[in-house]
Design a protein around this ligand. Structure first.
Ligand SMILES: [Fe+2]
Length: 372
């Protein structure tokens, strides 16, 4: 038996952010805009607020979201939301702002605290409509029903999800991504590539996720070097945004795998940025998983879809090349840290969906290969 879901209306193209007013007006009259100081500084908030003003909407702005948001960000935004009583939420920014908007939506509509919504299908009440406008091409949170929120006290990364929490609309405007620092473009792009490659083979993959994984990989592998070479290339920026969103749709249907399990301890222990950590692990995970004949075929298909020789090895080699093209190949992690990192990776829930069973011993070998 199989089931898949497409929850979000996707509006894309240069200038689509200027349609946010009319898109919000279809869903309500009072808009809580959730964003962060960097997006204000880049001028994107002013632009979106102008679009909202044109549609005569009442708008309250919360612009204090921090990177890697925690329950503190949710609580601060929630206080503003409770005072304002919005009809809908508008998340504008990278994954952080959109995830805080999702998190606030759970607690505002259902009460309690953020940690009550850890897990899957945790909202019993209807949620407010959410419009997501990503300013990075990477996380795919604009089409997902999960918010990643850290616990301010325990530092646990909580995945809080419910099908009702998926954004009603995602607006993909490449003009919002041209101001990204090159390192952010590189890391978020590598993250999207990691999502495409991992979702293509997980134990939960289905026909829909396979379709989106392949197209996401084809687009991202062809456009990452283009956006890094010419940050103003709107066609390539648009392709990266669509790639990240397609990979996000794939995650929603297929979950992730061992490269994401390895990335989390690399970030926690050595501060390696998420996308770089995923890219660092990915070629080694592909070679590990390719020992299974069925998975080897899926990787070959993925390679073929991107115009490569249809083999798993060609895919792994291309992934190493992409990491170099993105300027992310230099990761300083000592091989002696492999056992500790492996123990951390084995605890990650994404490891459960990897197509080949993968334990602490396997992770240790993978870390030694990656660091070697
Ligand atoms: Fe990721």
């Amino acid at each position: 038996m199989t089931e898949f879901r497409l929850a979000t209306r996707v509006v894309s193209g240069s200038g689509s952010a200027d349609r946010v007013g009319e898109l919000c007006a279809e869903l309500g009259g009072r808009v809580l805009l959730v964003t962060d100081p960097g997006i204000v500084a880049a001028g994107h908030v002013e632009r979106v607020e102008a679009a909202l003003a044109k549609a005569a909407l009442e708008v309250q702005r919360f612009d204090e979201v921090r990177g890697n948001p925690t329950t503190l960000d949710v609580d601060r935004c929630l206080a503003v939301a409770k005072a304002f009583q919005p009809d809908l939420l508008l998340g504008l920014g990278g994954g952080s702002a959109i995830d805080v908007a999702k998190g606030v939506n759970f607690v505002l509509t259902g009460g309690g605290a953020m940690r009550d919504y850890r897990g899957v299908a945790t909202a019993s009440q209807p949620l407010l409509p959410l419009i997501a406008v990503p300013t990075t091409a990477g996380t795919g949170t604009e089409v997902q029903s999960f918010a990643l929120i850290g616990d301010e006290e325990t530092h646990e990364k909580m995945a809080c999800g419910d099908p009702k929490a998926a954004p009603k609309v995602a607006v993909l405007d490449p003009t919002l991504t041209v101001t990204l620092p090159p390192f952010v473009t590189a890391c978020t792009g590598m993250d999207a590539i990691g999502h495409a490659v991992e979702t293509a083979v997980t134990t939960k993959r289905n026909r829909l996720s396979e379709l989106f994984s392949r197209e996401a990989f084809r687009l991202a592998s062809a456009n990452l070097a283009r956006v890094l070479g010419d940050p103003d290339d709107l066609e390539a920026r648009g392709n990266m945004l669509v790639a990240a969103t397609f990979a996000g749709i794939a995650i929603e249907n297929s979950m992730l795998g061992a490269a994401h399990s390895m990335a989390n301890p690399l970030t926690a222990r050595f501060g390696v940025v998420h996308g770089q950590a995923v890219g660092f692990a990915l070629p080694h995970v592909v070679r590990f998983n390719a020992q299974d004949a069925e998975i080897r075929e899926l990787y070959a298909e993925l390679a073929r879809s991107a115009g490569l020789e249809p083999t798993a090895e060609a895919l792994a080699a291309r992934l190493s090349e992409l990491l170099h093209e993105a300027g992310l190949a230099a990761v300083e992690v000592p091989a002696e840290a492999a056992p500790e990192l492996a123990a951390g990776a084995a605890e990650q829930w994404t490891a459960r969906f990897n197509p080949r069973p993968v334990g602490a011993g396997d992770f240790q070998t993978l870390f030694e290969q990656a660091c070697g």
